[in-house]
Design a protein around this ligand. Structure first.
Ligand SMILES: [Zn+2]
Length: 109
């Protein structure tokens, strides 16, 4: 296992320090080239995760914490689906979906 993680854009040469196994990451430069809606959705998932992290940290009710962790888990799962379908797949797809051509040219595909 390498101690560096490459940006998921195969045409991008940036790498990051690895923090855990099977880590996937997109660099800021490639992220900024994604469609606005995709970036907004991606940030939305992270905002929700941070919100539930704060709530979980604040509560002293263990039963509530268990329920909140389940909600957080579901958001995390959906973030993963969104990442695969809307961020990773378009970058790795050999067939460029219509409308992504300009964007992919910009990122060097
Ligand atoms: Zn990149």
């Amino acid at each position: 296992m390498s101690d560096r993680v490459p940006c998921i854009n195969p045409r991008c040469r940036r790498t990051f320090k690895r923090e855990h196994e099977s880590q996937e990451i997109i660099c800021g430069k490639c992220f900024r080239m994604l469609p606005d809606a995709t970036r907004r959705e991606h940030r939305g998932f992270w905002r929700e995760l941070r919100k539930w992290d704060r709530r979980i940290a604040r509560t002293s009710d263990e039963l509530k914490a268990v329920r909140m962790r389940a909600i957080r888990e579901r958001i995390s799962f959906n973030l993963g689906l969104h990442w695969d379908a809307h961020i990773k797949a378009p970058l790795l797809a050999p067939d460029k979906p219509a409308g992504l051509d300009t964007f992919l040219e910009e990122v060097g595909l």
